[in-house]
Design a protein around this ligand. Structure first.
Ligand SMILES: Nc1ncnc2c1ncn2[C@@H]1O[C@H](COP(=O)(O)OP(=O)(O)OP(=O)(O)O)[C@@H](O)[C@H]1O
Length: 185
């Protein structure tokens, strides 16, 4: 079968555990079979090249990224106005594995691009966690981050193939099993 065979699009609020769950799925499937794609990677790379910034530092979660976050969002919105799937397309250029897991789906336009491009290979996953749990993982409500489109655009999206919560080890194990079973079926 042509690669990829299946693409799992993962969305969820900050600190719901998207990366954590995606890494667990990948380690169970194996490095040779599965790639994790992060749309934010080419976005940050292109932004840093355009603005002569330290691309590696921008990839981390530190103050450097926070300093440029708003301008980066505004710049990426301008790019999306011209080509809504631009960053999705660049993010998909590298991997050639059978299973792709896109760990940072944030907008309806991201999902629309993947559906248009890869049609029936797409499965959508929404991960949630309680506010108190997210706080215990380091989340703090931040104006300009938690109340903008990049965090809220999918709040009213209802067409998820899988909806899972990740408040505990048990829920996480169940979530991982559910994603694996969708990939294997
Ligand atoms: N089920 C879990 N059990 C224990 N720790 C967890 C669990 N889920 C997530 N974590 C931890 O919570 C923190 C946040 O998780 P993660 O980075 O995966 O969230 P995220 O949704 O990708 O966040 P962001 O959108 O901010 O990148 C990490 O330190 C991770 O190790």
């Amino acid at each position: 079968m042509d690669k990829p065979e299946i693409i799992i699009l993962v969305s969820g609020k900050r600190k719901s555990g998207k990366d954590y769950i995606c890494e667990k799925v990948k380690s169970l499937l194996g490095e040779e079979k599965c790639s994790i794609i992060r749309i934010s990677e080419p976005l940050k790379k292109l932004y840093s090249e355009k603005h002569n910034l330290d691309g590696a530092e921008l990839m981390t979660d530190g103050p450097y990224k926070e300093k440029y976050r708003l301008d980066m969002i505004n710049w990426s919105d301008e790019v999306r106005k011209e080509a809504p799937g631009y960053f999705c397309r660049v993010a998909c250029e590298a991997p050639s594995k059978a299973v792709w897991i896109v760990s940072d789906i944030r907008r309806k336009s991201d999902i629309a691009w993947f559906r248009d491009t890869y049609t029936n290979k797409i499965k959508t996953v929404r991960i949630s966690a309680d506010v108190e749990v997210r706080k215990s993982r380091g989340w703090k409500y931040t104006e300009g981050v938690d109340d903008v489109e990049s965090e809220c655009n999918l709040d009213d999206f209802n067409d998820w193939d899988i909806q899972i919560s990740n408040n505990s080890t048990e829920e996480c194990e169940f979530a991982v099993e559910k994603i694996i079973s969708v990939i294997r079926n």
